[in-house]
Design a protein around this ligand. Structure first.
Ligand SMILES: [Zn+2]
Ligand SMILES: [Zn+2]
Length: 364
């Protein structure tokens, strides 16, 4: 390494303490290593929780960022699946394959993942370069922009959750709460399961963005009352399937679930609730938590992106250069210098940080 062989990375030093830092430039050192020049990384709700200290999972000193695409810059001698110059999407969640969780179809809870999870315990992709191994990259077809493929990882988490739902019928009253990226991806993915979801979002700017990008077949409303009256035609319509991206609704909507109904909780805000166990059994309810990718969900999501079945690029509201990361976080209500996290006050959805390796045709 020469003294000038450095690159920029956005380091997490502790809650509200982030810094663009010059660090040694990454190279392919192992035989199966691949180094990627990063193009785009989506800002995830996880990042907002980490930065604000409300989701204290990241190791201080780590480079954040895990929803990403880029261009292969270096490969180790044994790599055959990608070559230098390939446009790729990164699966940021390696798993060991041998622990009990991995052997029993729970790779998202791999017992060996500490130290390997990008942007949490392993240096992630808010940086010029990222190092992984060849099995965690997929080549992006020419017709798919890298900014679209950057949504593969969040969609993979959505696919994991949708797999766990067994709706009672295709006419299930289905409501997704929250019109952030995950809410909108859930709404789209649920249509592929044969359901007809509606989205409820009480932040006016978020609702306006959702209304613009969702197809007419997925209406969005400012409140559950409004959704019930204007969409289900019944102010007391029972709820068959609820997806809560906000962490805040389980207790208040529990009694409103129809018999056989399902509540899928995917938010990551800590909140204690009290539920009646008799009601759970008596009404055959399901309360399900879901996070991360499961076996095959990354490839399933990648197929939904590359086939165009879910037009993920519509969710990209902003692309911001890494040097202006504070502005990018502020678009999502995360004011780093002011140390406050509020709801997004702008018409934002998926905000991408651009690290510099933007391919021709995708310049800002
Ligand atoms: Zn994420
Ligand atoms: Zn494992």
């Amino acid at each position: 390494m020469t003294p000038h062989d450095t690159m920029t990375a956005l380091k997490f030093r502790g809650p509200w303490d982030m810094a663009l830092t010059e660090v040694p430039r990454l190279h392919a050192t192992g035989p199966d290593d691949v180094v990627v020049d990063i193009a785009y990384t989506g800002i995830c709700g996880t990042d907002l929780g980490v930065v604000s200290g409300s989701y204290p999972v990241a190791v201080p000193g780590v480079t954040l960022g895990h929803e990403s695409t880029g261009i292969v810059a270096e490969t180790g001698p044994e790599v055959t699946s990608v070559t230098v110059g390939d446009r790729v999407v990164i699966n940021p969640t390696p798993y060991c394959g041998v622990c009990r969780m991995c052997r029993t179809n729970r790779i998202n809870h791999c017992e060996g993942k500490h130290g390997t999870e990008s942007g949490i315990s392993y240096d992630g992709t808010y940086a010029h370069r990222y190092r992984t191994t060849s099995g965690f990259l997929r080549r992006v077809p020419d017709h798919i922009p890298l900014r679209a493929a950057a949504l593969t990882e969040p969609l993979s988490c959505v696919v994991s959750g949708v797999r766990k739902l067994t709706p009672p019928s295709l006419s299930a009253h289905t409501v997704v709460f929250g019109a952030g990226p995950l809410g909108l991806l859930y709404a789209w993915a649920l249509t592929l399961k044969g359901l007809s979801p509606v989205v409820v979002e009480n932040a006016p700017a978020r609702l306006a963005f959702a209304t613009k990008v969702l197809p007419a077949s997925i209406p969005a409303f400012a409140s559950l009352d409004e959704a019930r009256r204007s969409h289900f035609g019944d102010p007391a319509a029972p709820l068959d399937v609820v997806v809560d991206t906000t962490s805040g609704l389980l207790e208040s909507l529990y009694e409103e679930l129809a018999p056989g109904g399902t509540f899928l909780s995917i938010g990551l805000k800590s909140r204690a609730v009290s539920l009646d166990a008799m009601h759970l059994a008596d009404r055959s309810l399901s309360v399900i938590g879901s996070i991360d990718s499961l076996h095959g969900s990354f490839d399933e999501a990648f197929h939904l992106v590359t086939s165009g079945r879910i037009p993920v690029e519509r969710l990209v509201s902003h692309v911001v250069p890494i040097a202006d990361y504070e502005e990018a976080f502020a678009l999502l209500g995360c004011d780093i210098p002011g140390r406050t996290l509020t709801g997004a006050g702008t018409e934002s959805c998926k905000v991408l940080i651009a690290s510099g390796a933007e391919p021709a045709g995708e310049e800002r």
